[in-house]
Design a protein around this ligand. Structure first.
Ligand SMILES: [Fe+2]
Length: 247
């Protein structure tokens, strides 16, 4: 009966030299200075970017939040922040490819943005969006369908973090042509055991299309490195049809 209370045994990655060079691109991060809850100034941005580079990342998409009540970012100020960061990278002689898109919150203004084609994309028309952490909006599938019809390729950010969402629901969303992006730090237990378990189930169900850091601050950077020691990330990095390097 004591077995019931035994902590689940963590399985370590078999390759201690594992890094992120195989995926090439980190496509979800909050490294633009001063426009959301990520890096607050170029110095903080550089700390995060250096860590990504050290772990094998060759190209970064900065994806600041766009959220009507909290982060009223627009393409104009996002691109301006990107230019500030690029200038700092040049000044410090840091050579990394960096581009900007956004992490668009699925609120009542999202559909209008799609209709107006005022969304920031990455790669071949990919659009990263996130959902409420409380409940799933009723119109997620119709909006995904509309995005597809308009030629966009939706990517749902970190579905493992939405506690209401089952693996079946993820599979349904994915069946409508929406890719799923996992935060690798979820595999370390950073967001708790429940999220870790859901992340592992996603890997096992082979429904992970993109992986990323969702890096906001140095604690995320540390967890991004720690994730490399998990067997689940090894599985994703060694033999899994991820799409990161298409971006
Ligand atoms: Fe994010």
């Amino acid at each position: 009966m004591f077995g019931l209370f035994k902590k689940k045994k963590e399985v370590a990655a078999s390759n201690p030299d594992l890094n992120y060079s195989g995926i090439v691109v980190d496509m979800h991060s909050h490294v633009l200075p001063g426009i959301d809850d990520g890096a607050q100034n170029p110095q903080e941005s550089i700390v995060l970017i250096k860590k990504m580079m050290e772990l094998g990342i060759k190209k970064i998409f900065a994806t600041p939040h766009i959220m009507i009540d909290y982060y009223r970012n627009e393409p104009e100020n996002i691109n301006a922040a990107l230019e500030v960061l690029k200038a700092e990278l040049v000044a410090q002689n840091i050579d990394i490819e960096i581009a900007a898109a956004a992490e668009r919150y699925f609120d009542e203004t999202f559909e209008k943005r799609i209709n107006d084609r005022r969304v920031m994309t990455m790669g071949d028309n990919y659009v990263l969006f996130e959902l409420s952490f409380i409940n799933q909006p009723p119109n997620v599938i119709p909006v995904i369908q509309k995005m597809k019809e308009m030629g966009y390729k939706p990517i749902l950010a970190h579905p493992e973090r939405y506690n209401y969402m089952t693996i079946d629901q993820m599979q349904n969303i994915r069946s409508w042509g929406c890719d799923l992006q996992l935060n690798t730090i979820s595999l370390t237990g950073y967001y708790g055991k429940q999220v870790q378990k859901k992340a592992e189930e996603m890997v096992d169900a082979e429904i992970v299309d993109f992986i990323s850091s969702d890096m906001h601050h140095p604690r995320h950077a540390d967890a991004f490195e720690r994730a490399l020691r998990t067997s689940y990330l090894e599985k994703l990095l060694v033999d899994y049809p991820l799409k990161n390097n298409m971006l």
